[in-house]
Design a protein around this ligand. Structure first.
Ligand code: HAM
Length: 420
């Protein structure tokens, strides 16, 4: 019978047996990112994967690529147009408005799958995971610093090398409009040199031309007016203050050509990139979106947010950063005494930072040690019939050949485990 395959651009994640370690890194990364979010006193929000298609049309902008070409939309059985969410921000704001929470401040996080019908390639999937943060109800200033601090914490916690945090300010609506007009005036006489995609961007959203992947367009743009000249001094000062404060933790670059793929941004925007990712080099992005809430029928709710692309991020994280200490608990012979399980139970409660792999099969010591080595255990705690009767345990170091194995009492075992 023909086998059924997964859909193009959609990954199965499986921790046990994934030779590339990507799945393991993804699961572990998600866990640790959640801890960082808790450190920043963010509260979880979970919204549905499916939404009314109009939500994304009105939020991302009719003219963004995401809404134009990448959205997974369907007619449901009632002939209503619904879509799989391509990103999380619009859903969060929809939910906050619906619950009448749009008059107060909130610091929220979410994690989950998003869908975009893009051409799959390395680091670009049709179903991918995002960890997002939305700080709602605070005007420009403090949240910008808090957000950059969070990004820096994440980069530091995971030891991400070779990465740059690009920051920019898109100005207020007036600055943005004045700059767009100047850009149109500059590009209009050069239109014959632009490709179809850039021409479309020029007519629909001129700022997006700055994001063109076409080398010829980029050459033309070298002489274009700079956004910096259209910004207020306080916007430039904000960028410089952020760079000054955080440059010792993370490589920060002010890039006046940085624009984002979604139309709802104004003010401060940012993207973190790594040269180790190839063409899809941005693993995190976000910015301020003060007008989105009112545009979706809610109150004025100045807000800022960001999302991490989990697959891209996890591929940058090295195994050594994520490696936990593992101990294998090996019982031998016919020992299936409930007591040994109780001892393992006690060990786990004594030191929650250690992963204890209780080997459940009835195989030989050799086979069990092989498994312990394979799962990267630092030690094996071994108890055979003789040890069991004497009340002793063998602690066998598995990684350091210079360390000798030792036979210890139960209290010594507890002390040893606690100190690991
Ligand atoms: P975004 O830049 O569209 O922003 O996506 C954020 C991150 O998701 C990207 O930096 C990238 O790592 C990852 N990503 C995007 N598309 C794909 C894909 N096809 N495959 C794999 N990874 C992908 C947003 O989504 C905004 N909602 C962020 C935000 C939150 N802004 C304010 N609040």
């Amino acid at each position: 019978m023909d086998k059924i395959h997964s859909l193009t651009g959609m990954l199965d994640l499986y921790e046990d047996g994934d030779s590339s370690d990507l799945s393991k890194n993804i699961f572990e990364t998600e866990k640790r990112i959640k801890n960082i979010f808790s450190n920043y006193y963010l509260k979880e929000i979970r919204t549905p994967a499916l939404e009314d298609t109009d939500l994304f049309k009105r939020s991302a902008g009719d003219i963004s690529d995401i809404v134009n070409k990448e959205i997974y939309s369907f007619q449901d059985r009632n002939d209503k147009s619904i879509s799989l969410r391509p990103e999380g921000t619009a859903s969060v704001i929809r939910s906050v408005i619906e619950k009448k929470l749009d008059q107060s401040t909130h610091k929220l996080w979410y994690m989950g799958p998003m869908w975009r019908y893009e051409r799959p390639q390395k680091g670009r999937y049709r179903q991918f995971y995002q960890a997002g943060v939305e700080i709602l109800g605070y005007p420009e200033g403090a949240p910008e610093f808090e957000m950059v601090s969070m990004v820096c914490s994440i980069i530091e916690e995971f030891n991400i090398a070779d990465c740059t945090l690009k920051i920019n300010h898109l100005g207020n609506q007036d600055n943005k409009k004045a700059y767009c007009d100047a850009l149109i005036k500059f590009l209009e006489p050069l239109k014959k040199n632009l490709d179809e995609k850039d021409l479309e961007r020029l007519s629909r959203n001129p700022l997006r031309v700055l994001d063109s992947k076409n080398q010829d367009t980029q050459l033309i743009l070298k002489d274009a007016p700079s956004l910096k000249e259209f910004l207020e001094t306080k916007s430039i000062e904000l960028l410089e203050a952020i760079k000054d404060e955080f440059s010792d933790v993370c490589n920060i670059e002010i890039d006046y050509t940085l624009v984002r793929g979604l139309d709802y941004y104004s003010g401060f925007v940012f993207e973190a990139l790594s040269s180790n990712l190839g063409a899809q080099d941005s693993f995190l992005g976000g910015g301020r979106y003060d007008d989105l809430c009112s545009k979706l029928g809610g109150k004025d709710l100045p807000s800022i947010g960001m999302a991490i692309g989990i697959e891209r991020f996890a591929s940058l994280v090295s195994d050594t950063t994520l490696s936990d200490k593992i101990v294998s608990f090996i019982t031998l012979g016919s020992i299936l005494e409930p007591k040994t399980y109780k001892i393992a139970h006690r060990l786990r409660s004594l030191n929650k930072n250690i992963i204890l792999d209780m080997q459940l099969s009835d195989s030989s010591l050799k086979a069990k040690l092989r498994r312990a080595n394979k799962n990267n255990s630092e030690y094996a705690v071994i108890v055979g019939e003789e040890e069991f009767n004497n009340g002793t345990f063998i602690i066998k170091p598995l990684k350091d050949e210079l360390k000798e194995q030792q036979t210890v009492s139960i209290d010594e075992l507890f002390e040893f485990y606690k100190a690991l």
